[in-house]
Design a protein around this ligand. Structure first.
Ligand SMILES: *Cc1c(COP(=O)(O)O)cnc(C)c1O
Length: 456
């Protein structure tokens, strides 16, 4: 019998990030300057992001970027991450399918986000910057960034969505322990925050709003840049380490997946997991079914529109063409399962639009039911976000049970759920409810989408 866990050695850690865009015939749409409606130039972006990351953001052609030794050394403190054969889950489900998951929760931040935080902190330090600013929703990204900043010696300012700030005080303390300054958003420390507070007094905040504040805090401070934990091309590039490791580990086992599944918030863990596999698919070497799993309460792929939109509520960011619910979309406050961003990675949006991947949406109670099945079978307490991928995996595995097909399913277990116990409490108490936005709710969010550029 194959081992439960397949580890690569440190020597087998990827030496290069893989840039999926290089193999896309039709490239993801460029970021636009909302003032001129022209593609953002490197110069414009360098006011907000650090230079090396701007290069990575705009580069659609370079297939591999070398991972600097300093980043690889840091990766060795928590990578390679294990590829796990979910024997126990298979048994519980009674499925002939073989289920594997790539487990990214084995670091203090509890998620895959540290992969990109490490790279972003390193490049900021190398440029001689003093610090970085960012937003965090559930808190995983802020935690990951504060860890990476502590390691590379950078100041870190985190704007944390107010509802999370109040509901997840422990997450805040982890960030502070790593030296980050954490501010509840919206706050009166930025102009855009003051404006949002005046317009929506008592608001619990949103990711889009915290992004606006973090960008303002960066551009108004000497020696600071803004960093983002998902959505951007550079983040998917860094996250390709997940897929590269998974690909190599499966190769060692002599196994080829039929279906690859991940949850999608902004698209970074799925984009990273599928990168080398999608590359093979794009080059016509292999074929895989690829599925993104999202919440029915924030259904960017399944009910959003493929449009240019702002990534933030304050409209200070460039326009990105993506599957979006509109920057005016406010997810229901009863939604506890994460993945609340209104938009989606432009890379995944383009792949989805071309029919190269699928998407499914789940209600939160069924997601937590899947989380419970998984936790009891495999022992790991999954993040609610990751549990969307678990739900999709269980559904596919049960289809195999019906048809008798022995498919191989690979899914991304993006993180652990230790800081999501309020949501688990609601589920265990039976007080968790589902809210699916009506078409009217969605129309409201889309009302704020800017006029679209003319088709060329
Ligand atoms: C942030 C996060 C996600 C969602 O972000 P993506 O960019 O879509 O990957 C998923 N899972 C966990 C554990 C996260 O922390």
């Amino acid at each position: 019998m194959e081992n439960y866990r397949t580890y690569l050695t440190e020597e087998e850690l990827p030496t290069h990030y893989y840039n999926l865009r290089a193999d896309m015939e039709k490239k993801p749409a460029p970021l636009l300057n909302p003032g001129t409606m022209q593609p953002m130039t490197a110069e414009e972006l360098e006011g907000v992001f650090c230079s090396e990351l701007v290069k990575q953001e705009l580069d659609n052609d370079t297939r591999f970027f070398e991972i600097p030794e300093e980043i690889r050394d840091y990766y060795k403190t928590f990578r390679p991450s294990p590829l796990v054969r979910a024997y126990n889950l298979e048994k519980v489900l009674g499925t002939p399918a073989k289920i594997y998951f790539k487990f990214e929760g084995n670091n203090t931040s509890g998620s895959h986000k540290l992969n990109s935080a490490a790279a972003q902190a390193y490049y900021a330090k190398k440029q001689g910057l003093k610090g970085v600013t960012t937003e965090t929703g559930a808190g995983q990204w802020g935690t990951a960034l504060s860890m990476a900043c502590a390691y590379f010696g950078l100041d870190c300012k985190v704007f944390m969505v107010k509802t999370s700030y109040e509901q997840k005080p422990f997450r805040r303390e982890v960030m502070r322990t790593y030296g980050a300054e954490v501010t509840a958003s919206p706050s009166d420390t930025t102009e855009v925050g003051k404006k949002i507070l005046a317009e929506f007094p008592g608001t619990g905040g949103s990711l889009g709003c915290a992004i606006s504040e973090a960008v303002e805090a960066a551009v108004t401070r000497e020696g600071y840049r803004y960093v983002l934990g998902s959505v951007l091309n550079q983040v998917l590039l860094h996250q390709s380490v997940i897929g590269l490791e998974a690909h190599k580990a499966l190769e060692k086992l002599g196994v080829t997946p039929d279906i690859i599944i991940g949850c999608t918030g902004g698209g970074s863990n799925l984009g990273g997991l599928i990168a080398p596999f999608m590359g093979e698919k794009l080059r016509g070497e292999k074929d895989y079914r690829i599925i993104g799993a999202e919440p029915a309460s924030c259904p960017s792929f399944t009910r959003g529109k493929y449009l240019y939109d702002f990534c933030d509520t304050g409209k200070v960011c460039p326009l990105a063409k993506m599957y979006t619910l509109g920057n005016g979309f406010m997810p229901s406050p009863i939604h506890a399962g994460g993945l609340r961003f209104h938009g989606m990675s432009t890379i995944l949006s383009e792949l989805y639009d071309q029919g190269l991947m699928e998407a499914v949406a789940y209600e939160q109670t069924e997601v937590f039911e899947a989380a419970e099945v998984f936790a009891r079978a495999e022992g790991i307490l999954p993040a609610p976000e990751s549990s969307h991928a678990i739900k999709a995996t269980i559904d596919e595995a049960l289809k195999c049970k019906e048809s008798g097909e022995e498919k191989v399913i690979l899914f991304g277990l993006s993180g652990t759920g230790y800081f999501d116990l309020l949501a688990y409490q609601q589920f265990n108490d039976g007080t968790m409810t589902d809210y699916i936005p009506t078409d009217e709710d969605l129309a409201k969010g889309l009302a704020f989408v800017p006029p679209q550029p003319e088709e060329k």
